[in-house]
Design a protein around this ligand. Structure first.
Ligand code: ACO
Length: 333
């Protein structure tokens, strides 16, 4: 994605982490022009992402970022000939913490506040070149987190495919459960249409995968108090995506399993071919000191390189059987 201004001036790092202040750094103080340019980049990326997902409105914009406690990872690239030597913005990933009421494997409501993937986009012409993996791997290192401990806000078929391919996240925990019919005693005589909402199944628009509920500490799990009848617990947070995804195609197994919100969503038209390869990008380290703790030869980025560039092209970077320290003492099943 190109802009009529120098993105290199805006983003000094290959991957920049933006929050409600847009960019931390002294050079931005008092520079309204730079802030405006960053807002333009965010708005354009948000619009392009919405278009790619056939959403009727962007989930990401500069004004939303300013008012919400989310973080935006912006990736730029400047591989000489392809971009005529100019740096271009390649894509972004937006994450944030959300309080969710989720159903665990046993159908029990659990309250959690995990880090969620809220929006993710790589410009069309650069998709399937490993940029998404680079961005996602960077975020995981920056947050020192494993992808199974995150929740995914209405993942698109492409994101589901991405997660399955790179992180072996395939078995999602169903978040759909038929609600028992509830008829308020005082309204038994109402026509059916007026009690319709009470009959709707419990639906959660966030997707979590097997392993999510194992680490109580990491995702701040606690069983939701059942003060109210089940049907009255609102099992989803305020949704980032208030618009209904129009993409209604069906993914083949294992990307789609019965009963999950996204499980009957997509096929992968034109998606059977493999990604084109590209020269491995330079290793991009997360910016905050100390956030690299635990990095090893098995770190996401290093393993990403191996997977993407031939060392083990068909294996996942992360496997869904982590040995979580302390999960046994979590008290959860
Ligand atoms: N169809 C199916 N799978 C795809 C596609 C596609 N068109 N594009 C990427 N993938 C998946 C595949 O598993 C692919 O592996 P393969 O080529 O061997 O089949 C893998 O991603 C490629 O990995 P990367 O190259 O690292 O991913 P990429 O740079 O393409 O970024 C992303 C992935 C962000 C999902 C990108 O495809 C994209 O921007 N898609 C459109 C927007 C979108 O759907 N974003 C997710 C929104 S949902 C949310 O954010 C919660």
């Amino acid at each position: 994605m190109e802009f009529p201004f120098d993105v290199n001036h805006l983003f000094s790092e290959r991957i920049s982490v933006l929050d409600h202040n847009f960019v931390a750094g002294p050079k931005f103080l008092g520079r309204a022009d730079l802030q405006t340019h960053i807002a333009t980049v965010i708005d354009d990326l948000g619009r392009a992402s919405a278009k790619a997902q056939t959403l009727s409105a962007p989930v990401t914009s500069a004004s939303k970022l300013q008012s919400q406690k989310h973080q935006l990872y912006v990736l730029k690239d400047g591989e000489g000939s392809r971009n005529r030597g100019r740096e271009v913005v390649v894509g972004f990933l937006k994450v944030g913490y959300k309080k969710l009421f989720l159903l665990d494997r046993h159908g029990v409501h659990v309250e959690a506040e995990p880090l969620c993937v809220l929006d993710f986009y790589i410009v069309e012409s650069l998709q399937r070149h490993g940029f998404g993996l680079e961005l996602f791997g960077f975020m995981l290192q920056h947050k020192n987190l494993e992808p199974v401990l995150m929740a995914y806000d209405r993942p698109s078929p492409r994101l589901l495919s991405f997660l399955a391919k790179h992180y072996c996240l395939m078995q999602s925990v169903p978040q759909v459960r038929p609600a028992a019919p509830v008829f308020p005693p005082a309204h038994n005589s109402l026509p059916l249409a007026s009690v319709g909402p009470l009959l709707r199944p419990v639906v959660n628009n966030f997707v979590v995968f097997d392993g999510f509920f194992l680490n109580k500490a990491a995702v701040q799990l606690r069983k939701a108090p059942l003060k109210k009848p089940d049907g009255e617990i609102k099992p989803y947070s305020l949704m980032e995506r208030e618009v209904v995804r129009k993409e209604q195609r069906t993914l083949p197994w294992p990307f789609a399993l019965p009963h999950s919100p996204q499980r009957s969503v997509s096929s992968r038209p034109g998606s059977v071919e493999s990604s084109p390869s590209r020269v491995p990008p330079p290793v991009t380290q997360p910016p905050s000191p100390g956030s690299n703790k635990g990095l090893s030869a098995q770190s996401p980025v290093i393993r990403a390189r191996h997977s993407r560039y031939g060392l083990s092209d068909h294996s996942c970077i992360w496997t869904a059987a982590p040995s979580y320290a302390g999960w046994k003492s979590s008290g959860l099943p």
